[in-house]
Design a binder for this molecule. Structure first.
Ligand SMILES: C[S@@+](CC[C@H](N)C(=O)[O-])C[C@H]1O[C@@H](n2cnc3c(N)ncnc32)[C@H](O)[C@@H]1O
Length: 255
């Protein structure tokens, strides 16, 4: 299966830039965890359209972004960044990095041990792995609504989910098995105002679920998901807040 065919890699960079700016904006705390950036060699894992990558470069680091979505890599290159089309499981570079950074990408990578091993292979001794991803309980209300609606069409939403939302204990154990020393790791509840309609959010982040349906019923199914969630996630002004939970961590390899 090529990178483009895998679920979760079919991103529209223009829609992402226009409608999902909150993802990179809310990446500031995990970026702070990296500390001073000047002079470091950093890999941005799942760099997307490069909005956060740009900030790491502006902080004085030498940065390479990788992403499995061709449209995202094209957008990063348009920002003047160094970016390569690469799967996070198959990282291959000439020289190891001081740190690997990742925001909002690791939960799309459903074989976490392969990703952690690839990160470890491409870090210097003592190198750091700092990231934030969807964690256990992330977008739970959305998932329940998707599951209810898909069940009406005979589809198990859990089976086709493109996401991996681990607990802190699960991801810590995986990092340790991969050779890392975990400095900190915690789940953080972060209800997130999305600034768009829920339909736009579903188009950007949950298209895999609707593509499991025939085109004839997709719109009706999406409307029903939105109707189920409106009393819970849409406020009196019409603004949507999605029930995000993040898993934020910092780890390093032994010297
Ligand atoms: C929600 S975006 C986050 C982008 C960016 N880090 C940000 O903070 O805005 C998730 C990105 O992870 C990428 N991704 C998912 N699975 C991947 C994999 N196996 N290898 C590389 N990139 C992957 C997607 O293509 C997408 O661009």
């Amino acid at each position: 299966m090529s990178a483009e065919e895998k679920p979760g890699h079919n991103w529209n960079a223009a829609a992402y830039a226009a409608q999902c700016g909150f993802v990179a904006d809310l990446g500031a705390p995990v970026l702070d965890l990296l500390g001073p950036l000047a002079g470091l060699d950093i890999l941005d894992l799942g760099c997307g359209d490069g909005a956060l990558t740009r900030k790491i470069v502006d902080g004085g680091a030498r940065v390479i972004g990788i992403d499995a979505a061709p449209d995202m890599i094209a957008a990063s290159l348009r920002r003047g960044l160094t970016a390569r089309l690469m799967d996070a499981e198959d990282l291959a570079f000439e020289r190891p990095f001081d740190a690997v950074f990742s925001n909002a990408a690791l939960h799309w990578m459903t074989r976490p041990d392969r990703v952690i091993a690839a990160v470890a292979r491409n870090l210097k001794r003592g190198g750091r792995f700092v990231g934030e991803m969807g964690g256990f309980g992330n977008v739970a209300a959305v998932r329940v609504a998707l599951n209810i609606v898909l069940a009406d069409y005979g589809i198990d939403g859990n089976e086709i989910s493109p996401w991996y939302f681990p607990t802190a204990a699960d991801y810590k154990a995986r990092l340790e098995r991969g050779g890392f020393i975990v400095d900190q790791i915690a789940l953080i509840g972060r209800p997130t105002p999305i600034g768009t309609s829920l339909a736009a959010w579903l188009d950007n982040f949950a298209q895999v679920f609707f593509h499991a349906l025939s085109p004839r019923v997709r719109v009706a199914a999406q409307d029903r998901v939105i109707d189920l969630l409106a009393p819970l996630l849409r406020d009196e002004t019409g603004a949507w807040t999605v029930d995000y939970v993040r898993l934020r961590f910092a780890a390093h390899l032994p010297e």
